[in-house]
Design a protein around this ligand. Structure first.
Ligand SMILES: [Fe+2]
Length: 306
């Protein structure tokens, strides 16, 4: 079990995903360039050599949060306690207080190498909440779960927002709000992204993700993390901040990497949105920001939220 961190919140500000392909540029950037780094434990457990040296150096310079890929919290297989041993070891080694994952399943008698939606049912709420409590008991910290992007529609008796809310209430977990996933799902499944967000327990959001996606067609967006963030997703971030305050936010970029300066300019955009939101929460709404964003989204032809 991890000792409760002194500051249980995510590191404030704007963070970047720590990918091996970015190790060189990240080591060369200034300490103030980002506020934290996010790493996938699966990519770093048991790693040695120059990557381990680089990880150690970055760990001395930047706070880390952990974002897992393969916990399979909603799947039928037993939980991978060996993975959790590795997660705990990394949390201890780098004094990490936050472990996030996806509210999905990714295995059924072996890995499926995809993050798939859990059926939105009461039975699934009880099942996944039991597994979340197992993880929380093992690690001694709340598990933080991300609203997933999905393409095939899972069986549902509940709406997506009702399902997420019920899991949070029953398990005591926290949320990682991925605003790009909200946007992508809102297009692919035809709902209003703002109404969807407003139906979530936003007081349980620990931090946020923002990312680019692939534009397959007007009604099909694919959550790839391989392009720049587009304006409607930035707008959604402003709208989220207006409701949650300027929570820590991570820029996800997994491939097709631009130069570090381009990534850092998106980091600056996050910081700028956070600064605007901070002003707004003190009653000084900055020009543009959430109001304009809401107007722009209202102008779109959204269907009803799920
Ligand atoms: Fe994400």
């Amino acid at each position: 079990m991890i000792d409760a961190p002194e500051n249980a919140s995510a590191p404030p500000g704007a963070g970047l995903g720590l990918r091996r392909a970015l190790m060189g540029p990240l080591l060369s950037m200034a300490d103030e360039a980002v506020d934290f780094l996010e790493l996938a434990p699966e990519n770093w457990i048991g790693v040695g050599g120059r990557y381990a040296d680089g990880l150690d150096e970055l760990g001395e310079r930047f706070p880390f949060v952990m974002h897992g890929l393969s916990l399979d919290i909603g799947g039928p297989d037993p939980l991978d306690m060996q993975l959790l041993d590795g997660v705990e070891a990394l949390m201890r080694r780098f004094d990490i207080g936050l472990y996030s994952e996806h509210l999905t399943y990714c295995a059924a008698d072996g890995h499926l190498y995809d993050l798939l939606p859990i059926p939105f049912t009461e039975e699934a709420v009880r099942y996944v909440s039991g597994r979340i409590r197992q993880v929380q008991d093992r690690l001694g910290v709340p598990l933080v779960l991300e609203n997933a992007s999905y393409y095939a529609q899972a069986h549902r008796d509940l709406s997506e927002a009702e399902f997420i809310s019920a899991v949070v209430a029953e398990s005591g977990c926290e949320l990682l709000l991925d605003v790009n996933n909200v946007y992508v799902n809102s297009i692919n499944h035809g709902y209003d992204p703002v109404s969807f967000m407003e139906r979530l327990p936003l007081d349980r959001v620990r931090y946020m993700h923002i990312a680019g996606h692939y534009d397959e067609a007007d009604d099909l967006k694919v959550d790839t993390h391989g392009t720049d963030v587009i304006d409607p997703v930035w707008d959604l971030l402003y709208i989220a901040y207006a409701r949650t305050g300027p929570l820590a936010t991570l820029l996800e970029r997994d491939f097709n990497f631009p130069g570090l300066s381009d990534l850092l300019s998106e980091i600056e955009q996050i910081r700028s949105a956070q600064a605007s939101s901070g002003m707004a929460t003190r009653g000084r709404m900055p020009a543009g920001a959430a109001h304009t964003a809401r107007q722009r989204l209202d102008a779109a032809d959204w269907a009803t939220a799920p």
